[in-house]
Design a protein around this ligand. Structure first.
Ligand code: NAP
Length: 350
């Protein structure tokens, strides 16, 4: 496999730092460019970024100079972790300039010609890239997105249940980590000893993105899944790891044992292709009565799995469960990295 040179847009932020951590020593990708806002432009990365991860900032990246977020950039493809408001135009400019853009931002996720890709669930949606390039008259560049952090954690178990029994509807309540708001994020005086029952824009993302992820590719478009979702999203005083309580209505009757078997046996082509970041188990099932818990379970499978527990009958719908996902790993940088590995392995970077 060729070694690709990658740039990171929004490199100084919470997700940008996670990209740098996950890309250190990667067999296929090496970070050659970093970019952020004009506040950081021209500075040495190690001086501009307030590094918050427990592993050391790689010395080679620390010495890179931060570029502005506009092409050209010294790399073959870019990862984007820009704020949603400004990601739209910037990412499209990079794609138009010939860079594959593997984005973690929300701006293009629901665009009809942009894959909202989760390799274990909808690898065929990558076929939208050809239509996108043709329609937008882009030769080498394209846009591929990964879902919102909460959506990703939910999408894996929903896909497993949809594949086995069909899912008609789900009711979801989330307890989301502070790191999901970026850095410095929510003020400590607002979140300590508190729960904030509002995260701007989050509920609509959780209610719509799974419908595209589980949707069917028909020709050059994705037919949204008829699945109906209702979400309540809360910010809680946890550093990393979004926890969701989900009640699910199935299309076909299933026992709790059937549901557990469907979750545990769920696999996708990401593992078959031996992608370096693919979790061995995309869904980890915990059978203890008090798991998953963010602090104890978020790092299972290197943070790349959806951890499900407390699977039981639901007296109103059919089955209920608790779901946990690491928001900055599988919910953000890890998801984009897995997408890039899938695209590299399937010959999408020319
Ligand atoms: P963050 O910590 O606030 O970082 C934002 C990054 O964007 C920084 O590198 C910042 O650079 C840069 N930036 C801000 N304004 C800019 C501008 N006008 N031009 C160019 N660069 C600019 O945010 P984050 O948590 O990493 O989130 C980044 C994106 O990922 C967002 O779209 C977010 O919704 C999404 N996301 C986040 C998570 C999560 O768990 N945190 C999960 C999934 C998705 P400076 O340092 O120079 O200001």
């Amino acid at each position: 496999m060729k070694r690709w040179r990658v740039g990171i847009l929004g490199a100084t932020g919470t997700v940008g730092q996670r990209f740098i951590q996950l890309l250190e020593g990667h067999p296929w990708f090496a970070v050659t460019a970093v970019a952020a806002s004009d506040r950081s432009e021209g500075k040495r990365y190690g001086d501009a970024a307030a590094w918050k991860l427990p592993t050391p900032l790689p010395a080679r990246v620390a010495d890179l100079t931060l570029a502005p977020c506009r092409p050209p950039l010294d790399c073959d493809l870019v990862f984007s972790s820009l704020p949603g408001e400004m990601a739209g135009e910037t990412e499209a400019a990079f794609a138009a300039a010939g860079y594959p853009v593997i984005s973690n931002s929300s701006a293009h996720r629901m665009a009809p010609d942009v894959p909202l890709l989760v390799p274990e669930i909808n690898p065929d949606h990558a076929q939208l890239i050809a239509a996108q390039q043709r329609q937008r008259d882009w030769a080498r560049g394209f846009l591929v997105t990964n879902p919102n952090c909460t959506t990703l954690a939910l999408a894996l178990p929903l896909a497993a249940l949809d594949r086995a029994f069909g899912v008609e509807a789900a009711m979801i309540s989330t307890m989301q980590a502070i790191s999901g708001a970026g850095y410095p994020g929510v003020a400590s005086l607002d979140i300590l000893d508190n729960v904030i029952p509002y995260i701007a824009g989050e509920e609509s993302k959780v209610e719509t993105e799974p419908r595209k992820i589980l949707g069917r590719l028909v020709g050059e478009t994705v037919e949204l899944s008829p699945l109906r979702l209702s979400a309540h999203c809360h910010r809680v005083a946890v550093t990393d790891g979004h926890l969701c309580a989900a009640s699910v209505k199935l299309r076909q009757a299933a026992t709790v044992a059937d549901v557990c078997a469907a979750l545990e046996s769920f696999r996708g082509p990401a593992e078959a292709l031996s992608l370096p970041s693919a979790p061995r188990r995309p869904i980890v099932l915990r059978r203890e009565p008090d798991r998953p818990q963010p602090r104890l379970d978020r790092d299972l499978e290197q943070g790349m799995a959806s951890v499900v527990g407390r699977v039981r009958e639901d007296p109103l719908l059919d089955v209920k469960m608790t779901i946990l996902g690491h928001n900055t790993v599988r919910g953000a940088a890890g998801a984009a990295l897995l997408n890039a590995e899938f695209l590299a392995a399937t010959g999408r970077f020319t």
